[in-house]
Design a protein around this ligand. Structure first.
Ligand SMILES: Nc1ncnc2c1ncn2[C@@H]1O[C@H](COP(=O)(O)OP(=O)(O)O)[C@@H](O)[C@H]1O
Ligand SMILES: O=C(O)[C@@H](O)C(=O)COP(=O)(O)O
Length: 418
């Protein structure tokens, strides 16, 4: 294995795996810390963790264990993948995990770049934009677990870390790989270990990747991986052999626990033409809806590809959180989706589309998935995936990714005919 990646959630990890595969690296996504060594043909390994919203110390511990496993697989470069909207709180977990990984690797010039232009996330003068809005006015300020209220990534990261934060501004990024490399060295000499790097386009990300060819640790959204396969290819290290994709036929279901804007549009659209079941926070907390009831509903409409969702607008989410507490409520909803996914797979569902990062982590846990092969891209950042060794295909959609008709497209993409 050449490139070792650690993702802080499952959808984000599949987004990264998708970028690596598109750029020609044979990639496997591992769900949680792998219990065995990777296959000899794996060029990039993505260890997907669910560390975005857990206590900082636990996130550090799990990330370091993943790093050790990746080091044992022979990786020479490492990438810590987090959300392109920098989902974190003033305490972390992005900064503390990045610092812990850098400490362990003795790494300097650690790039921090959440930009993902393909999904409208750009970074200019240290400020993160989602399309034409600042991050803090993009809807992300209402995220149920990690409300992003400051678009200045240097300032937000600064709250999370022990060291100081550097910056390579767009003027230097536009100068290309050599200029970027010189700017990283300048920031390093000024005593900054974590360095926020602006990026507006895929070409910028390719140049940043080229500048980072000998840097041990990069951090960012999936975009930061864009230029890395090219570095390995230049050194003659890639087989450039594509894996064949095989979808799966059989019953399909859509599960959505994401409350992000894009998901809520997708839920609305899908509900117009499909049967759906809304799981409200009250119903989960007073147990008037449970797994058995949901399995019964989905089974009854087995051939109609039904949707089960808890997705709700910000005001509804806020009110429910103040009634039940953010954590207990998120935990209860995630547990329900996890148990539901497991029960549906047991009754023969073979195609599962899941929306939301935390939700998808819970779904993957419920399905007991260990490793995933990456298939065709459904929408930017979301690949179809096949569970290694099982007739089960999944799509794990990040909250704000995907076109309004994503659910229909995903169900089709997971099928055998694609
Ligand atoms: N109706 C709801 N009220 C409160 N919290 C909810 C509701 N529905 C889902 N949640 C929780 O909100 C969080 C959504 O996060 P996630 O699944 O990562 O979605 P996204 O990818 O959009 O961020 C999850 O923890 C989920 O359990
Ligand atoms: O980088 C991204 O935007 C995604 O890959 C991602 O991590 C999104 O997280 P969720 O919205 O929580 O799925």
């Amino acid at each position: 294995m050449l490139l070792g990646c650690i993702g802080d959630d499952f959808t984000g990890s599949s987004d990264l795996a998708n970028t690596l595969v598109k750029n020609g690296m044979r990639t496997t996504q591992y769900c949680g810390l792998p219990q065995a060594d990777a296959g000899a043909d794996v060029e990039a390994g993505v260890v997907a963790l669910k560390t975005r919203s857990i206590p900082v110390e636990e996130a550090i511990e799990e990330s370091l264990q993943a790093l050790e496993w990746l080091q044992r697989q022979g990786c020479t470069q490492f990438l810590f993948k987090y959300c392109s909207t920098f989902d974190s709180t003033p305490e972390g977990n992005i900064g503390p995990v990045a610092e812990a990984l850098a400490d362990r690797l003795g790494a300097r010039k650690v790039i921090v770049c959440p930009a993902f232009p393909g999904a409208g996330r750009t970074l200019y003068q240290g400020h993160l934009f989602v399309q034409d809005r600042l991050l803090s006015e993009s809807g992300m300020e209402n995220h149920p677990l990690t409300p992003m209220t400051d678009p200045d990534i240097r300032r937000w990261l600064g709250l999370q870390v022990k060291g100081s934060v550097g910056h390579v501004a767009y003027g230097q990024v536009a100068g290309g790989a050599e200029t970027i490399a010189a700017a990283l060295t300048r920031e390093d000499q000024a005593g900054h270990r974590l360095i926020v790097v602006d990026a507006l386009t895929d070409d910028d990300l390719t140049a940043i990747g080229a500048a980072a060819h000998n840097i041990p640790l990069l951090t960012g959204g999936s975009g930061i991986a864009t230029g890395l396969p090219g570095n390995f290819r230049q050194r003659g290290l890639l087989a450039d052999a594509r894996e064949a994709w095989e979808g799966v036929d059989g019953p399909a279901v859509v599960l959505s626990g994401s409350c992000s804007n894009a998901t809520r549009r997708q839920v609305e659209r899908y509900r117009q033409a499909h049967l759906s079941f809304e799981v409200t926070a009250d119903a989960v907390m007073d147990s008037s809806v449970d797994v058995d009831a949901l399995v019964h509903f989905v089974e009854k409409h087995r051939d109609a590809v039904p949707l089960v969702y808890s997705s709700a607008d910000p005001a509804t989410v806020k009110a429910a959180q103040s009634r039940y507490g953010t954590e207990p409520l998120a935990h209860a909803i995630e547990t329900l989706f996890s148990d539901l996914a497991g029960a549906l797979a047991a009754t023969g569902f073979t195609r599962i589309v899941s929306a939301g990062g935390e939700t998808s982590g819970a779904v993957v846990r419920g399905l007991g998935i260990e490793a995933l092969q990456i298939g065709p891209e459904i929408d930017p950042g979301v690949p179809a995936m096949r569970v290694t060794g099982k007739p089960l295909a999944v799509a794990l959609k990040s909250g704000n990714f995907g076109a309004d008709n994503f659910f229909d497209k995903a169900v089709t993409a997971l099928g055998a005919q694609t």
